[in-house]
Design a protein around this ligand. Structure first.
Ligand SMILES: C[S@@+](CC[C@H](N)C(=O)[O-])C[C@H]1O[C@@H](n2cnc3c(N)ncnc32)[C@H](O)[C@@H]1O
Length: 235
């Protein structure tokens, strides 16, 4: 992954993956990476012996223009026949397929899945219904007992509340993001069980940083990143 520019610093990347997945064992598991971009998490899951990985990357809002081309080049170069790119949206995918996975990931993509609904989530009940539908489809793409990992960043941030640009994460369009509590209520209403909420810190600070900064206040003052983990309960 380093040779292909998917990892600049292996120590930082290992910690980043720990913040997302903790000690999740990918061996033999099937994975769906929603809005996977250049496939960093898909390739990571494959490197951890996932048996099958599907990356949905329609090259829409929030994407780099070369995602699909890059993904195809890497899978061909390393003969990664367990990793598949599907260039369609999650909504189209969930209508047309009935596959189920052990682990479903949405890293920095939840807010892009339906940007209009995301922008109006707090003021329009039909926008909330649309996201409830997306969350229910995510539940249905999980095997019972399967894990859903949603990582994103806060809307509320100390810097913007004071009227400044956040110097740590200047490019984030905060109005297109939501507090973890909003997402948690939507996912719970859609039948998923919350199993974890972590406020992620700078990868370079490692576990010591996590001990000090895995809390709401630090996230509010810094970039405001969080990772939520849900489980699809057994019926
Ligand atoms: C900010 S990027 C995150 C990429 C990657 N997960 C990462 O962390 O590097 C958001 C991605 O979501 C994708 N996306 C946007 N709308 C989508 C949809 N409806 N279904 C699936 N993916 C979507 C975009 O194409 C984009 O690559």
């Amino acid at each position: 992954m380093r040779d292909e520019g998917l990892c600049r610093n292996p120590t930082n990347m290992r910690f980043h993956m720990w913040q997302l997945f903790e000690s999740y064992n990918f061996t033999g598991r099937t994975v769906l990476d929603i809005g996977g971009g250049r496939g960093q998490l898909s390739f990571f899951a494959a490197s951890q012996n996932a048996s099958y990985v599907k990356c949905l990357e329609p090259s829409l809002d929030g994407s780099n223009s070369d995602c699909q081309e890059f993904f195809r080049r890497i899978t061909a170069k390393y003969k990664l026949d367990r990793v598949h790119l599907c260039p369609i949206t999650f909504q189209d995918y969930s209508i047309s397929r009935s596959e189920q996975f052990d682990c479903v990931i949405s890293n920095a993509s939840i807010n892009h899945l339906d940007e209009d609904a995301c922008a109006n989530l707090l003021i329009d009940s039909s926008a909330r219904d649309r996201f409830r539908g997306i969350a229910a489809s995510m539940r249905d793409t999980l095997n019972p007992g399967g894990r859903l990992v949603i990582a994103d960043c806060f809307r509320r941030n100390l810097w913007s509340d004071l009227g400044f640009r956040n110097p740590i994460a200047a490019s984030i369009e905060r109005h297109l993001h939501h507090q973890p509590s909003i997402w948690i209520s939507i996912f719970k209403e859609s039948g998923l069980r919350l199993t974890g909420l972590r406020y992620s810190t700078f990868n370079s600070l490692g576990r010591a940083g996590s001990v000090l900064m895995n809390n709401w206040l630090s996230a509010y003052c810094l970039a405001g990143n969080f990772v939520m983990t849900f489980e699809r309960p057994h019926d």
